[in-house]
Design a protein around this ligand. Sequence first.
Ligand code: NAP
Length: 485
Amino acid sequence: MICLTLTEKDIENNLLQYQKYKKLIDVVELRVDMLEGAIPVDSVIRFPELCEKPVILTCRKVKDGGKFSQGERSRFNLLRKLIKGKFSYIDIEEDMGRNELEICVKQNGIAIIRSFHDFYGVPGDLFKRMHKISQQGEIPKAAVTPKSFADMARIFEGEKELRDIDKKILLGMGDYGVPTRILYKLTGSLLSFCSAPGSSQGAPGQITPELMKNLYKADTISNETAIYGIIGNPIMHTASPAIHNPGFHKLEINAVYVPFLVDSVRSFFLFSEKIGIKGFSVTVPHKQNVLPYLGIISNEVKQIGSCNTVVKTKKLWKGINTDYYGFLHPIQEDLETGNIKKALVIGAGGAARSVVWALRNYGCSVLIVNRTLDSAVKLAVKTGSSAIEKSELAVISMEDSQNRPDLVVQTTSVGMEPNAGKDPAEEYTFSGDEIVYDLVYKPRMTRLINRASQAGCRIVYGYEMLYAQGLLQFKTFTGKEYPQG
Ligand code: NAP
């Protein structure tokens, strides 16, 4: 079940949120501790009658990530009044102590979710504590904080370790925990919480109901669902789930594509073998880190020394580099017809390596400029290009037309959100004859592109490459063309 956590400051706004998202969810959690001012006891009691969906009553104290700051006696007295409402579940923390509240709750036919929260890690006795709770006839709930990918992977062991517990809730908080929220059915969890955009998150890492229901179709995932994803650090800004998941839906492929925050590539490969991941995209900083784990590599990966797409073949992991082909796609004709012969590449990082090799393989002469000259020189030596100092940019832009570049490619992260508005090549003045290609795709219109477009240059946007490489990845993953329209 997908559960919407309602965290608005009054009951009216909580009802509005419920109405807005009810088609996307199965359950709601009313967070009474997030209500502002005196708790409107009667309105809270009536709340479940105004919802068609089951409601969980929760009043979380500060220590457990909530806002209820009065003492335990007040919380107890408040909950005793509120359970007169037709709530389906009540969330009571593990340390609340067993008292007459439970007797009243059970008499009112409300199921108890007995929860514990760990904001510092994943406790060693996680599964033991959940077993202990279930022996009392209650639904155990653990919300824990994975601090590494290995921690996150341990949460998935819940499926096996807690198999004998019919109803349980087991979720990882924070960015590392996001896959446990999307793939909650694979941890054996009864439900997963989400929060409305613009509302306070009920807990760190909750995503929106639209993403849960429409993008990830989290409630339809089963052991038959093929799992794909993207690994990186950081990763939550990634646009790739919004490319792959709609493609799966249109072709009615039972598959999901999930963002994985990964600190250790080794932990990720171990996890992939365990849960049967079929393929994944790779982004910064892991494009080289994955290489030792690949059994088969394509020619461009061998040449560039970096891989952004990994797929499981029968026994081995195979690595390819779709950045290479994605970059070429919008300018291939210009390269084939000789329209582009000379290129200036700004940056010497991972993306620049794909770009420079692709241009060199088409016989283009390439000048590389980078903040750190040493990296530019190293890339130039490997690829048979030339490296220049940043101060030389002004000189190049004053050259006569035969000596100016036909193509300028911006491959640094400068100008990318959240640092939009910066220009990594201010010294260069565009003549208007260059094709200008900025790999940054967020925002679409970078400062550099804006300057080039005002000078009359032909523009290639970063999203064109992103999209082209994404479609190629999709074909690599599924064997099918990305659906048009
Ligand atoms: P990377 O390996 O970390 O390289 C970063 C590059 O940016 C290096 O050349 C670095 O210079 C330079 N840089 C970083 N901060 C800088 C600053 N403040 N001033 C000047 N230069 C700076 O990253 P990457 O994988 O190459 O990715 C670079 C960008 O390309 C990212 O924005 C990424 O999103 C984008 N990209 C887009 C696509 C697409 O499909 N459109 C595909 C891949 C990448 P130093 O060597 O001096 O550190």
